[in-house]
Design a protein around this ligand. Structure first.
Ligand code: NAD
Length: 239
């Protein structure tokens, strides 16, 4: 479980431990494996650290992430995209059950054809993005993560390992709180969901717990918007 120390990740850890599962958390601090997923070395250390503690894994959740407000937008892509995909790939050989990647409803702000990550051109695109760089990096990173998951379904399915994404809307966590306190606060506050409140970390954890378990045995390559209905409200004809 990456991003285990806070927010959605911490809620997933609690839910799984309540089920009697042994969980290896990966985070910058307060985790069984402390590693920095923003660097290639840190991602390797995370994979090696997990494998050192658990030879085989029933499940994997890649949840660590940075919000659009962080000062260096390159870090957003490193953690949210590469930090998720390289941990998925690194732990795939040890996986026996299912994995879930935490994407975001913000992924729909980008089409894959327009996503500079698809062409390896994100550095140049960020240099031109100006004040919106953080928002764009966030959307590109989550869009690319969902595409990476969908592109792995054949190989993972053949190996008997299910892989899905959840795409939350606004969820009350330290990440969202930091965004509300940033210059993007008004934009976040204007985000309306038909269910007129923010999500709770426990509600996202509940879906992830289900997707990891045997009742979800035929769910593979799927993406679950868990956003209080916002996506359906804003894009009723696109799904
Ligand atoms: P959070 O800040 O509470 O938790 C994120 C965790 O990721 C933290 O424990 C943090 O230390 C860890 N992390 C960040 N950078 C890291 C790094 N370099 N190496 C290792 N760990 C690192 O945030 P959250 O809201 O619980 O976010 C969890 C995931 O959910 C993120 O991927 C986020 O993009 C996604 N998400 C959140 C929301 C929301 O509204 N909160 C909405 C959609 C998607």
């Amino acid at each position: 479980m990456t991003g285990s120390a806070s927010g959605i990740g911490a809620a997933v850890v609690s839910a799984l431990r309540a089920d009697g599962r042994d969980v290896v958390g990966v985070d910058l601090r307060d985790a069984e494996v402390c590693a920095d997923l923003s660097t290639a070395d840190g991602r390797r250390a995370a994979v090696d650290g997990v494998l050192g503690l658990a030879g085989e894994l029933d499940g994997l959740v890649v949840c660590a992430g940075l919000g659009p407000h962080v000062p260096d937008p390159r870090q957003i892509i490193e953690v949210n995209y590469r930090g998720a995909v390289e941990v998925l790939d690194g732990l795939f050989p040890a996986l026996r059950g299912a994995a879930v990647a935490v994407s975001s409803s913000a992924l729909t702000m980008t089409k894959w054809a327009d996503n500079p990550i698809s062409r390896g051109e994100e550095a140049a695109a960020l240099a031109e993005a100006g004040e919106y760089a953080g928002h764009l990096a966030y959307s590109w990173s989550k869009n690319a993560l969902t595409v990476a998951v969908r592109r792995r379904v054949a190989e993972w399915g053949a190996a008997g390992v299910r892989l899905n994404t959840v795409a939350p809307g606004a969820v009350d966590t330290p990440l969202l709180q930091a965004g509300l306190e940033s210059r993007f606060g008004d934009a976040i506050r204007s985000y309306q969901a038909p269910i007129p409140r923010r999500g709770r970390p426990e509600e996202i954890a509940s879906l992830i717990r289900y997707l990891l378990g045997p009742d979800a045995g035929y769910i593979h390559g799927a993406q679950f918007m868990i956003d209080g209905g916002s996506d359906a409200l804003m894009r009723p004809t696109e799904f």
